[in-house]
Write a protein that binds this ligand. Structure first.
Ligand SMILES: Nc1ncnc2c1ncn2[C@@H]1O[C@H](COP(=O)(O)OP(=O)(O)O)[C@@H](O)[C@H]1O
Ligand SMILES: [Mg+2]
Length: 507
């Protein structure tokens, strides 16, 4: 007898429906899985056999059991096919009577027949919904995640036996009742800008960066608050739209990082990988590509502390995603892209000992050591930093000051307003923020008057600006004008933008 169950693969962040066909026939007793399955899918045979036996059903040991996963040219990986294969075996061996009527069935099985949490549920149910499927049978822990997609009936499944009972009409499973998160959810961020004393010019720089999605390099001695300031950035970014939240949730879903009690990620990500991170860990990859830190930071903040400690090669691979806002991973069977639209906040000490230029503590490095340290961040990468800001140590008086600074919520409102101006300007185009403008948009939206041109001319000479650096100044000035609620870029806006350019080191 032949049975068919609809399941799903995940390629990158996208689901792709897979037909699981199970044929149980007379012949040499065997159990095989065909259709480009990887090792984990091959292992499904062991789990399926045990799960069926431990669910009070019979595995057809004396038959020839063939499982075909179609389409055959799509690589199948992971344990999500356990449940549809087991159900198909029960159907094809006459132990489950009814059809699934094209419902999506996904889930990993334990040997005892219970259904376990499975990665990538959101991309799977999204494609099922797009393709017009009406029902999804998913692991019980993942039901809330599946219910993020509307107009799809979600059935949480705890055991193979309960799924069999459901299709046999013995005991119907109940559908998951959606508990929508409250609309204006106040998100609790770990660090508020009000917690940071002093450093007003750094906060201003981070506000500009947040408003226009610009990259930042902070330079300052240890303990000056660079990490603290970076950690506060998500709290001044506008709340994510539902589309953004779903996008971020998909990334965490396929990475297996989604916690079952927070099915929808509404808080902007903050990722701070250590400088010993591998290439694949940072940009994504592996034999079966997984999103890297830059994709986990999508729509949020990627913080690279001790920037010069990251290997040169790792820094080089960041260049393309910084421009394109996506990362392309090549593998034998073609290329794959993951979104990677984040604000890069980086930090470094001014020199190896950390105290070069510090007011109190003397620097113990030779001039040669200091300049070699700076050369570790390549010219092209430094060129992609829009904002370069010095973070000096805060004096004791300021640190011990009890008064709280401006809270993040107030800054966030200005950032939000500036982003709305940008959204209106870019309506109908694919970009959202000034940081994403290409040369054509810079030409259209960053016009300056005669006085502005004069200032830019002298800055280009003095700062030795590259063409890219020149564009960066214009984009930054655009954001500064947007924060001020002004359509025209003035000399004052340009002047602030110019002072964020990296300075040549004075030795
Ligand atoms: N401006 C500041 N306001 C409040 N606390 C600060 C400030 N600067 C430093 N600190 C305190 O010092 C600690 C170290 O700061 P940190 O951000 O790790 O410095 P850095 O990253 O520059 O080495 C912080 O956890 C915080 O408690
Ligand atoms: Mg630090």
């Amino acid at each position: 007898m032949l049975a068919k169950v609809t399941s799903c693969a995940v390629v990158g962040l996208e689901g792709a429906l897979v037909e699981v066909e199970v044929d149980v026939a007379n012949g040499q007793p065997s159990f095989s899985v065909v259709g480009l399955p990887d090792a984990a899918v091959q292992e499904a045979r062991e789990r399926v056999r045990s799960a069926i036996r431990n669910s009070g059903a019979m595995f057809p040991y004396n038959k020839r059991v063939v499982v075909n996963l179609a389409p055959a040219d799509l690589r199948k990986e992971g344990p999500a096919y356990d449940l549809p294969i087991a159900l198909g075996v029960l159907m094809a061996s006459g132990q489950v009577a009814s059809e699934t009527n094209g419902a999506l069935v996904v889930g990993e099985l334990s040997l005892d027949g219970s259904v376990r949490h499975t990665n990538g549920i959101l991309p799977m149910v999204s494609v099922a919904r797009q393709r017009g499927l009406g029902q999804a049978y998913v692991p019980q822990p993942d039901a809330a995640e599946a219910a993020l997609v509307d107009r799809l009936q979600v059935f949480p499944v705890t055991t193979l036996a309960s799924l069999a009972d459901h299709f046999n009409g013995v005991a119907a499973l109940s559908t998951y009742q959606i508990k929508l998160p409250p609309k204006s959810l106040e998100i609790d961020y770990p660090v508020d800008m009000a917690d940071v004393k002093g450093q007003e010019h750094v906060k201003r720089a981070l506000e500009v960066a947040s408003a226009g999605s610009h990259n930042v390099l902070q330079v300052g001695p240890p303990g000056s608050g660079k990490t603290l300031l970076a950690r506060a950035v998500p709290s001044i970014l506008p709340q994510m739209s539902i589309e953004e939240a779903l996008e971020v949730t998909k990334i965490y879903s396929v990475s297996g990082l989604l916690s079952t009690d927070t099915p929808l990620i509404q808080q902007r990500p903050y990722r701070s990988p250590h400088h010993t991170i591998s290439h694949a860990g940072l940009v994504g990859g592996g034999r079966w590509p997984r999103p890297g830190e830059i994709s986990l930071a999508h729509r949020g903040v990627l913080f690279l502390d001790e920037l010069p400690e990251f290997g040169k090669r790792v820094l080089e691979v960041l260049r393309q995603p910084l421009e394109d806002k996506v990362v392309t991973i090549s593998r034998a069977s073609g290329t794959l892209t993951f979104p990677a639209n984040f604000i890069l906040i980086s930090a470094m000490n001014p020199c190896p000992c950390g105290y070069y230029g510090d007011a109190l503590r003397p620097c113990t490095c030779s001039p040669n050591m200091v300049s070699r340290y700076h050369q570790r961040i390549s010219g092209p990468l430094l060129d992609r930093m829009d904002i370069y800001v010095q973070v000096p140590r805060v004096e004791y008086e300021k640190l011990s000051d009890e008064r709280r600074g401006e809270p993040s919520a107030a800054i966030r409102e200005r950032v939000q307003a500036a982003r709305e101006r940008q959204a209106r300007r870019f309506r109908g185009q694919r970009l959202l923020t000034n940081g994403e403008m290409g040369p054509a948009e810079v030409r259209d939206y960053c016009q300056v008057d005669e006085a502005g041109h004069a200032l830019l001319r002298s800055a280009m000479r003095q700062l030795n600006l590259s063409a890219r650096g020149y564009h960066r100044v214009l984009k930054l000035a655009r954001t500064i004008a947007d924060l001020a609620g002004q359509e025209r870029i003035s000399v004052a806006h340009l002047a602030e933008a110019i002072q964020y350019r990296p300075r040549a080191l004075q030795l």
